[in-house]
Design a protein around this ligand. Structure first.
Ligand code: MSP
Length: 500
């Protein structure tokens, strides 16, 4: 069994989760679920990023201590992920003891390797990014390009990570690991950053108190990105004294947004190499989900709460939209009209309609008991093609492509029913043959769609009279044509997705 360790970025606990956070987390969840279907031993991690100036500023504005503030916000993420049916195996908070231990160990290793040194820093800092910028990286008037807010000048003694020493080692590593960053055009972006020349970056602050102290100089706390990136190893026991889990799972595959490529694809592997740890196995870089053409953020005031959308359209309607609407890697634009249009076309008219037709005809013409599929069904080839293309889509971290391939089988099955019109035929072998084929297609569809719409897939599974859990099926065997036994009671239930 191969291990598959997948992570999302850890989210700043400055505010409750919004659609942009839900987006990356749902992509991760669907991928984790797909790999569990493949029989991989999956470990799916998400969590919260709780240190740094930005969090401290929000806590102060709320009139709370930093700890009290993060203790209030972090559970909102855990709760939101439960409601979104996110199947994470662990949730890391950077204020946890296990994390602090591991960060200390990572820092110490880089320090001992001679890659962290003391220096004086003078520069302009964007608090919202938690990042120093040079003049040419800023908009006129010293505004941060992302937040359009003024940066602050700061001058202090900092420890620096000697990133400049890692240029060639990083280029060599990427050359030896083609495809480590998908999609391809994001890979070019990361390599461009490295080829453009690497500057040392500051890894500590003396002015900031809300963070993890450096093990060898407690006046300094670790730069929030050094602290945050380490979550991917501290969560699996790095620095805890027992490295069994760490050895089992590392290296991870990271899901990240396009705004954090530099930290993940440049800083992070260099930090790991310095500490004698293998770089991550790969990265899938997503674009932003925009609302009103802008990145959703509390600062921009265009925040959409994912939980409101679930109340409105239902859990799986929302999950499906997020996964199917945008090609991963590109920016997507969230619109309410788009959400409703997807829901009506793909869920109500295609999947929902297929199940309800099949259950109705089996009820009327087959006494509610399922006929078995034919080995030589005309739908068998469509099912094989759909499986192959679905697998290819998930493998490339292109959920929209994977789902389109699965939905091809739904469309093919609906077309097959329309061509044969079993609802018009007399009960008997001809109708049974068509219905057995349609039921078998639905069984395969339920499995292939389950990473995106797990609750719905389980309902389809049960209505087909199948026992157990759809998520316990194992691919590729479970997608082989002919697995549906026949002779099962088919349940006619409420519409899965009432039209909107
Ligand atoms: N805390 C850092 C990440 C540390 S990871 C070691 C951070 N947090 S964040 O909450 O601001 O953003 C986390 C991720 O969510 C980023 O990858 C970011 O791209 C993604 N998104 C935040 N808003 C988003 C959208 N509107 N759309 C898509 N993704 C968005 O950065």
């Amino acid at each position: 069994m191969s291990t598959y360790y997948l992570t999302t970025p850890i989210y700043y606990v400055t505010a409750k989760p919004h659609l942009g956070h839900a987006y990356t987390t749902i992509i991760g969840d669907a991928l984790a679920r797909w790999h569990r279907l493949l029989g991989d031993d999956v470990h799916f991690l998400t969590g919260t990023d709780e240190h740094g100036q930005k969090v401290l500023d929000y806590a102060e504005a709320a009139g709370k201590s930093a700890q009290a503030f993060v203790d209030e916000i972090a559970p909102l993420y855990e709760q939101a992920w439960r409601r979104l049916n996110i199947s994470n195996d662990d949730f890391i908070r950077t204020t946890e003891a296990r994390h602090k231990l591991g960060v200390g160990e990572l820092l110490q290793r880089c320090y001992d390797a001679g890659d962290i040194e003391l220096d004086l820093y003078k520069g302009k800092y964007c608090v919202a990014c938690e990042e120093y910028y040079t003049d040419d990286e800023l908009d006129p008037g010293d505004l941060c390009k992302i937040h359009k807010r003024p940066v602050v000048y700061s001058e202090e003694e900092n420890y620096f990570f000697r990133l400049s020493r890692f240029e060639q080692r990083l280029l060599d590593w990427y050359a030896a690991h083609p495809g480590a960053i998908v999609p391809e055009f994001r890979s070019n972006e990361a390599l461009g950053l490295i080829r453009g020349g690497l500057r040392d970056f500051s890894v500590s602050r003396t002015s900031l108190k809300w963070g993890i102290p450096l093990p060898w100089d407690a006046k300094h706390v670790a730069y929030v990105w050094f602290d945050a990136l380490a979550n991917y190893i501290t969560a699996i026991g790095f620095g805890s004294g027992d490295e069994t889990e760490f050895k089992k799972w590392w290296p991870a595959r990271h899901l990240i947004g396009k705004d954090i490529i530099r930290h993940h694809c440049v800083y992070w592997p260099a930090m790991l190499i310095s500490a004698g740890i293998e770089p991550p196995a790969g990265y899938a870089v997503g674009g932003w989900l925009l609302s009103d053409g802008e990145k959703m953020s509390k600062t921009s005031g265009n925040v959409i709460n994912p939980l409101d959308l679930i109340d409105d359209i239902g859990l799986d309607g929302f999950r499906y939209y997020v996964l199917a609407e945008t090609a991963y890697g590109q920016d997507g634009d969230f619109t309410y009209e788009g959400l409703i249009a997807r829901y009506n076309s793909d869920l109500a008219n295609n999947l929902g309609n297929l199940l309800s037709r099949v259950a109705t005809v089996v009820d009327k013409k087959c006494k509610g008991i399922s006929p078995a599929p034919r080995a030589d069904s005309p739908l068998a080839a469509a099912a094989a093609t759909a499986y192959a293309a679905t697998a290819e889509g998930w493998d490339a971290v292109q959920p929209s492509r994977a789902l389109d391939a699965t939905w091809q089988l739904i469309r093919a099955t609906n077309a097959y029913l329309e061509a044969n019109e079993p609802w018009k035929g007399e009960p008997g072998p001809a109708v049974d043959a068509v219905m057995g084929d349609a039921l078998e297609a639905l069984r395969i569809i339920a499995i292939l769609a389950s990473p995106a719409v797990p609750a719905t897939s389980q309902i389809v599974w049960q209505r087909l009279g199948l026992s157990g859990d759809v998520t316990d099926q194992r691919l590729p065997a479970a997608a082989q044509w002919g697995g549906y036994p026949g002779g099962l009671p088919v349940v006619k239930g409420d519409p899965l997705f009432p039209r909107r």
